[in-house]
Ligand binder design. Structure first.
Ligand code: VG1
Ligand code: CO
Length: 543
């Protein structure tokens, strides 16, 4: 086995986005592209000599090849140990747990999450640090700096590792330990929830459908829901991870999990439905005839978490990303616990969790998690819901109605405008920002603007400041709109418009979201001159 240093790089555009580096798969397959990003990551963390890493991915096209490349590079850079999921598979929350459990120095996750997979679709890579969470901005900034100056990477000439064979392997001086991707994660879940109660729920005839969307959660959901909790075979559908996610987007929302939504809205719907994304860190929750917005899900989980053993003693606090609705704030207020508003992306929750300031975190994009790991965790959210359902013995719809009667309802929807020319999207944002000083007090579609600003986050733990994290407009009467550009896309820009309207406990809480949000939507279209900037006012995806 010979070590070699290959002259390559730098490549343009290797700046990590909201969640790692995402590009077209063919870009990642260009000779040296993945290698230079990985070497830059190693360089940014002071090298990996003597260190240990967890490595795994969501099973998309190029997952296994990328892992072989990374293993050889880690060995050539002097790493001591790589813990790898069998077949190259590991969900994002499972990686987070393994980093913490095995006390490794970090981990690499091969995934573009909810983006589609395949040679003509997307690939991605994320680096997580020793607390198990996504690299914070200080680290991603160093990684990016390294990508700008890299001129060579290190690798070793060695045969590929048989990723299917459990146990110890060797590349040069580095040990590779291939592990069951599910076992440790499933054991962790068992410590958090009352598996006996959930088992009894299923034994009593409770029916559930879980759509794994042909992605990594399939093996986890089958092992936990069907094998351990006794849900009937067939509860988990699309359970085998495929390289192209069956040709769809593994994005757990009513648009991409359409078949599940139709089943849940039909007269023969099971009691409970759920779906998860490509890398298993996000979740969709839906009851019979009743879709739960991710913002409401976070609030309901916060209000009821004490019904699960892990959270019996109560929560330290709840954090949500800024575009997420304020529903969880209302719960925190009532419980008398901390609440925080962070920028989009899980990396901002890490400090709050590490400092013990919060127990639950969530994002409107269907990411929910707790201090059991340092990532959002799709199956965890599903299990917490199941634990709550087993305790409350009520339908999802009834739980929501009760919740709104107590706290009021934050009507909510996210509208995505995809593949917008980048210049047009930037111009729309600039046009909005330029009006900030004059907007307060003005009227738009019957709504009066209360305030408008660009969100800056001051991390209360390390004092770091993150600016330009989304533009927000709040209106008199409890409406709010947030606009930001996606940091996970690979083509043009995706404009995300987040709409919210609060209705108090005594207001009509039975409207459709569309009706309740009509005014704030019309106001945003007007204020941003949307039609003239991007040539349309109808979104591609509404969630
Ligand atoms: C999106 C979501 C964000 C989430 C991120 C990564 O980012 O909006 O809430 O944290 O994806 O999720 P953006 O920048 O496109 O809005 V995942 O499941 O890709 O790790
Ligand atoms: Co994901």
């Amino acid at each position: 086995m010979t070590l070699s240093t290959i002259k390559k790089g730098p490549f343009e555009g290797q700046k990590p986005g909201t969640s790692g580096l995402r590009k077209k798969t063919r870009v990642f397959m260009e000779p040296g592209y993945l290698e230079c990003f990985v070497q830059s990551t190693f360089n940014a963390i002071g090298g990996v000599a003597g260190k240990s890493l967890v490595i795994g991915g969501d099973g998309r096209f190029y997952n296994d090849k990328a892992i072989q490349i990374i293993l050889k590079m880690a060995a050539a850079n002097g790493a001591a140990l790589a813990v790898v999921g069998q077949g190259g598979l590991l969900s994002t929350p499972a990686v987070s747990h393994l980093i913490r459990k095995r006390k490794t120095d970090g981990g690499l996750i091969l995934s573009a999450s909810h983006n589609p997979g395949g040679i003509d679709e997307d690939f991605g890579i994320k680096y997580n640090v020793a607390n198990g969470g996504p690299a914070p901005e200080s680290v991603t900034a160093r990684m990016f700096d390294e990508t700008l100056k890299i001129t060579e990477y290190r690798t070793i000439d060695a045969p590929d590792i048989a990723l299917g064979d459990l146990g110890l392997h060797q590349i040069g001086e580095m040990q590779v330990e291939i592990i069951d991707p599910v076992a440790d994660y499933a054991a962790l879940m068992e410590t958090l929830f009352d598996f006996g109660k959930i088992k009894a729920l299923f034994a009593g005839g409770f029916m559930m459908r879980f759509d794994a969307m042909h992605a990594v959660t399939g093996p986890y959901a089958k092992a936990i829901l069907e094998d351990r909790l006794g849900a009937p075979a067939g509860t988990v559908i699309n359970a085998v991870p495929s390289e192209d996610f069956g040709g769809g987007h593994p994005d757990p929302n009513p648009v991409w999990a359409k078949a599940l939504m139709e089943e849940m809205m039909s007269p023969t719907a099971p009691d409970f439905g759920a779906a998860s994304d490509g890398d298993g860190d996000r979740n969709m929750i839906v009851g019979r005839g009743s879709y739960v917005t991710p913002s409401d899900s976070l609030a309901v989980l916060a209000a009821n978490a004490h019904l699960a053993p892990a959270y019996e003693a109560g929560l330290a606090g709840v954090a949500r990303s800024m575009p997420t609705s304020a529903a969880s704030d209302l719960v925190a207020q009532k419980l008398g616990i901390n609440s925080f508003e962070t920028p989009t992306g899980w990396k901002f929750f890490g400090n709050l969790l590490d400092a013990g300031k919060v127990t639950l975190c969530g994002e409107e994009s269907a990411g929910t998690g707790s201090d059991h790991v340092r990532e959002k965790d799709g199956l965890w959210a599903v299990l917490l819901w199941l634990n709550i359902l087993a305790q409350r013995k009520q339908s999802v719809a009834d739980i929501l109605v009760d919740h709104w009667a107590e706290y009021g309802r934050n009507y909510y929807s996210r509208h995505d405008y995809e593949a917008v020319p980048t210049e047009a999207a930037n111009a729309l944002m600039a046009h909005l920002e330029a009006q900030f000083d004059s907007l307060p007090g003005t009227q738009w579609s019957g709504l009066s603007v209360r305030a408008a600003d660009s969100f800056s986050y001051h991390d209360p733990v390390d004092g770091s400041v993150s600016e330009n994290q989304g533009l927000r407009i709040s209106f008199e009467g409890g409406a709010r709109a947030v606009l930001r550009l996606s940091g996970t896309g690979t083509e043009g820009a995706t404009l995300r418009v987040y709409l919210e309207q609060y209705a108090g406990p005594d207001a009509d809480n039975s409207l459709t979201a569309e009706a309740a949000l009509a005014s704030v939507r019309a106001a945003v279209i007007e204020i941003t001159a949307m039609q003239s900037h991007i040539g349309r006012t109808a979104p591609d995806v509404r969630t």
